[in-house]
Design a protein around this ligand. Sequence first.
Ligand code: C5P
Length: 218
Amino acid sequence: MLIPVLTIDGPSGAGKGTVSRLIAKKLGWHYLDSGSIYRSLAIAVQKASVGLEAVDEIVKVAQDLVLEFECGDELVVKLDGEDITSQLGLEQTGGIASQIAALPAVRQVLLKKQQDFKQLPGLVADGRDMGTVVFPDAENKVFLTASAEKRAQRRYKQLIEKEIDANLVQIIYEIEARDRRDMERATAPLAMASDALYIDSSDMTIDAVVEEVLNLIR
Ligand code: C5P
């Protein structure tokens, strides 16, 4: 039986997570936040005190990765039974995740773990290479982006709301560095699938983006 898949790719902070969650909820589909898998691996690598140059050891940690996802109103992620949700969103975790994500052997190990999320009645998959590598046959693909300044402002607001210290200039710098790393890596770089719908959310509300994506599916 055909399992419908909607892929939403784009750079960090474009609103992929919020939009994907809302659409998955509206459609009653499963949701894959693939970035949280790379982020969880970054935390596991740090916990195992493995250096970022030790590729074989990182691959081993990836192979042994045991994650549980609890999708309520907020996504809860457990690593070996321990709740790591609060560490997932840290800028440092994202930075390490993007360095680890550049390793082809790591991406290969995580490929099947991501494809296993494709289950009835359907899947919304958010990430960088959902439409190009992980689910190339998906019927509906979106590339969601926004200017680096807008994405940094949103990130800044989120952090302040969570009462986490933040510096806007530093965030813009980190977002641009991560974009470069994600776009310039040799394996599965952040790129728009040729059959994806391009949406620039810089001046759009979340509701307007959700409506445009739902129109695509309809
Ligand atoms: O989306 P998020 O910011 O949580 O992703 C963290 C990092 O994981 C990204 O910067 C990217 O390097 C990596 N990633 C990836 N492929 C995906 C999802 C995330 O390489 N499908």
